[in-house]
Design a protein around this ligand. Structure first.
Ligand SMILES: Nc1nc2c(ncn2[C@@H]2O[C@H](COP(=O)(O)OP(=O)(O)OP(=O)(O)O)[C@@H](O)[C@H]2O)c(=O)[nH]1
Ligand SMILES: [Mg+2]
Length: 444
């Protein structure tokens, strides 16, 4: 995401950084490039102009021309202004209420139902909420089913009235149900609608009126481009929503809408969806997003995501096994599952500062795990817990069983050996009090 934009900005800054002496002329040139990059990334032209004017003003005010490192100072100014453009501070979701009521609104296919599930999952696991999902999409029977499937997946109950065609009643009944059954969070998924469809706009306004939600979230597909801005405006005029959710930021999006919406409707972006999986949801942080756009990576989000999946108990068991030199293929499998839970590998890698750009055209083989898993599955339990058994005849049998070549099987066993050695070294270093260098987080 935002790849084009970050690349283009990078190029114009490089020019600036390369200059021995910066003049007003090349600052102006750079800003022209920045503006063009923004426009090409689908940022609203008024917003782009306002943005570069602001940067120019700041740059002049801070005497970029006479500073020691003018290129870097410019990058910093652009960074801070980008963050400002996206709302400055992180906007928290309002969880004051019993029950807290959250209403979804947005165009057809924008990702409302998926986001409803993701949000229930996040607030349940991270905030200890006890959520009730509500299927108030009365137009497509499949929509109710879809929410039930998601609910089951994340272990959250779903309220629905398949026979009732009145979303206002369903929503009202659901809130009543939540109160009597002790759910402290109600998430109401609604049918997608077109802003031009007067009847449907009235309907969602009526649902809002009836249940008085603490948050009304406008869900928008980031791939929609400029149209997203207009849609956001129309929904806001009718619903006065409290926050924006950008979905599908994992796709091939230019992301400019994200930069414009905040300015146009003056409502904060609260969450971003980055995939179809229930875990693929991030709280929106303007400064981190600015980092990402400028190619500085998003190491903090990365660390958070890794931590969320990190199982302390598992880790302790693993340390013990390592110390006793008992790390085996079963443990290897557990490790692979943990990495897989973190989401799409390419997304994760894109968050590492400086690496995102380099890896842009590298094809990361998401199937690599599958091959490893199939090889491990073809081992007997004895072999899995005692890799030393794996002689050449056993390896041949495993190759046959997993449908891989013998070379592939050898390679995977070798990789396993290397990982085991590396992990042992790390554990030993930790034990002896030796310092393993931790990566330093970039601080601004
Ligand atoms: N890649 C990606 N796909 C997503 C994301 N969010 C939703 N989707 C996909 O987008 C499609 C539409 O999502 P839904 O959640 O059904 O959208 P909706 O707004 O409920 O659609 P309607 O109820 O028909 O209006 C589904 O195939 C989702 O899997 C996301 O963040 N990233
Ligand atoms: Mg839906």
């Amino acid at each position: 995401m935002f790849e084009n934009l970050s690349e283009r900005l990078d190029r114009s800054f490089k020019l600036l950084k390369g200059e021995g002496k910066i003049t007003e002329i090349n600052v102006a040139e750079t800003l022209k490039d920045v503006r063009k990059a923004l426009l090409d990334a689908d940022v609203n032209y008024k917003v782009a102009k306002q943005f570069t004017d602001m940067v120019k003003e700041k740059a002049l005010g801070q005497d970029v021309l006479t500073s020691v490192k003018p290129g870097q100072l410019m990058v910093k100014i652009v960074h801070d202004e980008l963050a400002e453009l996206m709302g400055g501070a992180t906007a928290e979701i309002n969880l004051q209420g019993s029950p807290v009521i959250i209403l979804m609104a947005g165009l057809q296919g924008s990702g409302k139902t998926t986001f409803s599930g993701k949000l229930a999952n996040m607030l349940k696991t991270k905030k200890g909420k006890n959520p009730l999902l509500v299927a108030a999409d009365v137009y497509r029977p499949a929509a109710i089913e879809q929410l039930h499937v998601l609910g089951e997946q994340i272990g959250v109950p779903v309220y629905s009235e398949p026979e009732n065609k009145n979303p206002v009643e369903i929503a009202r009944n659901a809130v009543k149900e939540a109160k009597t059954k002790g759910y402290n969070l109600v998430i109401v998924d609604t049918a997608g609608r077109l802003a031009v469809d007067e009847q449907m706009m009235q309907e969602i306004a009526a649902v809002k009126q009836a249940i008085q939600p603490h948050e009304t979230l406008f869900v928008v597909d980031s791939m929609t481009g400029q149209d997203a801005v207009n849609t956001a405006k129309e929904f806001n005029d009718r619903l006065d929503f409290s926050g924006v959710v950008l979905t599908k930021l994992d796709g091939d999006t230019r992301g400019g809408a994200a930069l414009s919406i905040r300015t146009v409707v003056s409502k904060p972006i609260k969450f971003v969806g980055t995939g179809e999986r229930m875990e693929a949801l991030d709280v929106f942080h303007p400064a981190r997003m600015a980092d990402r756009i400028l190619g500085m990576g998003d190491i903090v989000s990365l660390v958070e995501r890794v931590q969320a999946q990190y199982d302390e108990e598992e880790d302790r068991k693993l340390q013990k096994k390592l110390a006793k030199n008992q790390f085996d293929f079963n443990d290897f499998m557990v490790q692979i599952q943990q990495v897989k839970k973190m989401g799409n590998l390419k997304d994760l890698i894109a968050m590492i500062p400086g690496v995102g750009k380099m890896m842009k055209d590298v094809d990361i083989d998401e199937n690599a795990f599958k091959v490893i898993e199939s090889v491990i599955h073809s081992m007997t339990p004895a072999e899995r817990s005692n890799p030393a058994l794996l002689d050449s005849s056993r390896r041949r049998r495993i190759a046959g069983g997993s449908g891989q070549s013998i070379q592939e099987v050898n390679k995977i066993i070798k990789q396993f050996d290397n990982i085991r050695k590396m992990m042992q070294m790390m554990t030993a270093a930790k034990k002896s009090g030796g310092k393993m260098k931790m990566p330093v987080l970039r601080k601004r």
